[in-house]
Design a protein around this ligand. Structure first.
Ligand SMILES: [Zn+2]
Length: 313
């Protein structure tokens, strides 16, 4: 691989570099954790996160009683210990978050934009992803899937229990394969209609029950673009709390080259040369094409192949 395909130091893969100790053995010790010195909480309101303005920067952490003073709090989750200090996520009623905007001391913004715009230090992103996904799980799973009774939260927010039928419910993560099919010196990218102008990305789809990661990669690539794949290699994973996915990044060796786009999934799909992909990653493509932002795993999967670091291709 020549130097022209060395794109320099790797960018941050958002939400992935977890440093918090989840301290699961403390999840039944919530009163003591709440009252511990320095205990702090993220304030999540639906898809948004409340940040405190500190000069030109932002602080995502509040005292627990401070969040409760903002308005109704629906759920609370103990995220773990950050340097030994308890950290929580609280779900604030979205209407209360809206009213905070009016005072000018807070900034209310979605978590994806926080990562893309680099508004917070990187180590704040994994616990925020953890908290947002957990709170959304609570919001969507308040009732027992077995008998329909409203369930009660336990284990510091990590379990819901049904007092009627005694079923226990645990938070879920939805596995999604996201892959770059490779044909020699070309890679396959697709466009969804909702993408911004000129943006192309890896293909992706949910892993189905009873399916391996490799089989999901091959099935999704065949379904969406009509391309048959052989070898599949794992690259990396990224928690993706929109709403509660785990993105499983892979490279795959294409065995066929004739693209047949499933237009219910994609607007278009096409092969791109390594030169094209490098220009798209660095926002220098002649036609204005680009890849997803640097914080997203799709960017890293494409970049790894461009730099000759993919096990397939
Ligand atoms: Zn039940």
């Amino acid at each position: 691989m020549t130097d022209r395909f060395n794109l320099g130091p790797p960018p941050l893969l958002a939400y992935a570099d977890v440093t918090i100790d989840r301290a699961a053995h403390r999840r039944n010790d919530i009163a003591a954790l709440e009252n511990a010195s320095g205990a702090a909480a993220y304030c999540v309101a639906g898809e948004s996160v409340v940040l405190r303005k500190v000069g030109d920067t932002f602080d995502p952490l509040f005292r627990l009683d401070e969040v409760r003073s903002f308005g109704p709090v629906h759920e609370q989750v103990f995220l773990g210990l950050a340097a030994g200090v308890p950290r929580f996520a609280l779900s604030l009623d979205p209407a209360a978050a809206e009213s905070l905007k009016a005072h000018g001391r807070h900034y209310v913004i979605d978590l994806r934009s926080i990562a893309v715009q680099g508004l917070l230090p990187p180590d704040q992103l994994p616990p925020l992803a953890e908290g947002k996904a957990m709170l959304l799980w609570h919001a969507k799973h308040s009732f027992c899937a077995n008998c329909g009774t409203r369930t009660k939260v336990s284990d510091g927010g990590w379990k819901r229990e049904c007092e009627n039928c005694k079923t226990q419910h645990f938070p879920r993560t939805d596995p999604v394969v996201i892959m770059l099919a490779i044909d020699g010196d070309r890679c396959l990218m697709g466009r969804q209609a909702r993408f911004g102008t000129g943006m192309w990305s890896c293909l992706a789809g949910f892993v189905e029950p009873g399916e391996t990661i490799e089989a999901a990669v091959r099935r999704e690539t065949l379904e969406e673009a009509g391309i048959i794949c052989g070898d599949v290699s794992y690259y990396a994973t990224q928690p993706w709390p929109f709403p509660m996915s785990l993105m499983i990044g892979c490279h795959a060796r294409a065995l066929t080259t004739d693209i047949k786009v499933d237009t219910t999934e994609l607007e278009d799909a096409r092969w791109f040369s390594r030169e094209d992909a490098a220009a798209m990653l660095t926002r220098r493509h002649a036609e204005g094409f680009s890849t997803p932002p640097r914080v997203a795993i799709a960017h890293h999967i494409i970049r790894a192949w461009v730099e000759g670091k993919a096990d397939v291709g």
